[in-house]
Write a protein that binds this ligand. Structure first.
Ligand SMILES: C[S@@+](CC[C@H](N)C(=O)[O-])C[C@H]1O[C@@H](n2cnc3c(N)ncnc32)[C@H](O)[C@@H]1O
Length: 359
């Protein structure tokens, strides 16, 4: 952690000016819930003549798309500067702003990993009945640059999704009930996000002890979840009333013990296939079989490539060609062990890793 970076605090002020004061490459994750620029004009009424509590706050108003884009460029550019090269950024928005935000962040050099659709279980209807009910928001998840590495807790997400790979559509209720912060029965903030949403974001893309930055802190949902999950947070918010609410909210949160980091294959050291030849585990001319199938046999070349059906390439390339789609060669090629059994070559890679771990 950079020594000049104080964490677990809310910085009062304009996020662009305050971001400029933070050191370069100092945070692990950014979660941003910026103004949506909803352009609401006039009151909106329900059929029973009660007013809809929409987002008409001054912080959400911009005089033009150009002004919004300029602001977006400024805060996103600063976020990229303070984000570590191996960090990732999340931005949530609606159709009003997310496409503009997406273009700008790609132009700045961020590399989009996914767009997540947050499907609202209980969305607000379209009261005028002139469009579809707007039942989702979009989150863009991007890494610092095309080539950068990043944290993705694949196994944690899988466990979260009952043992199945986590998908990009998340069905989560909007923030309501006891979670919604109210004073005298009135919502304190018009766009308070559900903690369940932030929980998934932080569990997926950060680790215990990481620093999570939220430049549009509002009621401090990011800070509350970060503290509960053992992450550090820095929030920026320019409205003193929201800062007060967020401070009180976070103070009431207790950090829950977190399970030890689950190792994902992504984090393990890379072993080139040729290492198996260098270690004497396999040799030039040996046969490998595609998925137990002795009818589909490849031969190993001296430089660690495979020859199959008159063609030559890496274990991955040749497996992809047979499979007709993406696949990991380590999991598809088998060798014949001394007892005649066919064993996947990934076992040999595991042996090398185990050996390296004790050296
Ligand atoms: C969409 S809300 C975020 C709500 C928050 N995620 C929550 O769960 O409470 C955006 C927040 O950004 C703040 N804001 C808008 N423009 C800002 C700026 N230039 N600098 C700092 N804060 C700003 C607003 O006051 C508002 O609280």
């Amino acid at each position: 952690m950079p020594s000049n970076l104080t964490v677990n605090r809310i910085i009062a002020g304009d996020c662009v000016a305050e971001l400029r004061k933070l050191p370069e490459a100092s945070v692990d994750l950014v979660f941003a819930d910026p103004p949506y620029n909803l352009q609401l004009k006039g009151e909106l009424w329900r059929p029973n003549f009660t007013a809809v509590d929409g987002v008409d706050d001054a912080w959400d108003q911009f005089e033009s798309f150009a002004a919004y884009d300029e602001f977006t460029q400024a805060w996103l550019g600063e976020c990229r500067r303070v984000l570590k090269p191996e960090g990732t950024l999340w931005v949530i928005g609606s159709y009003h702003n997310i496409f503009r935000v997406g273009k700008i962040l790609m132009d700045l050099g961020f590399w989009v990993l996914n767009d997540i659709v947050w499907q609202k279980v209980n969305p607000m209807p379209n009261f005028r009945g002139v469009r579809f009910a707007n039942a989702h928001e979009t989150l863009i998840w991007a890494k610092h640059s095309e080539k950068s590495r990043y944290t993705f807790n694949y196994q944690v997400m899988k466990q979260f999704n009952h043992g199945k790979q986590m998908r990009s559509d998340w069905i989560i209720p909007i923030c309501s009930g006891a979670e919604r912060i109210r004073v005298n029965g009135q919502k304190v903030h018009p766009t308070q996000k559900p903690e369940a949403l932030l929980e998934r974001v932080l569990l997926a893309s950060s680790n215990v002890g990481d620093i999570v930055l939220d430049p549009f802190f509002g009621t401090g949902t990011t800070g509350a979840v970060a503290k509960r999950l053992g992450r550090n947070y820095i929030g920026i918010e320019r409205d003193e009333a929201y800062i007060k609410v967020a401070t009180k909210r976070i103070a009431a949160v207790e950090t829950q013990p977190q399970p030890k980091r689950i190792e994902t294959k992504r984090r393990l050291r890379r072993i080139p296939f040729v290492t198996l030849l260098q270690q004497g585990m396999l040799a030039e001319g040996d046969c490998l079989y595609f998925r137990h199938d002795r009818g589909r046999t490849a031969h190993i070349t001296a430089n660690g490539k495979l020859q199959y059906a008159g063609r030559e390439g890496s274990i991955h390339k040749m497996a992809r060609e047979i499979q007709g789609g993406p696949c990991n060669g380590w999991e598809h090629w088998y060798y014949e062990a001394e007892d005649g059994a066919l064993v996947v070559i990934d076992r040999l890679r595991e042996q090398i890793r185990a050996q390296q771990a004790v050296e």
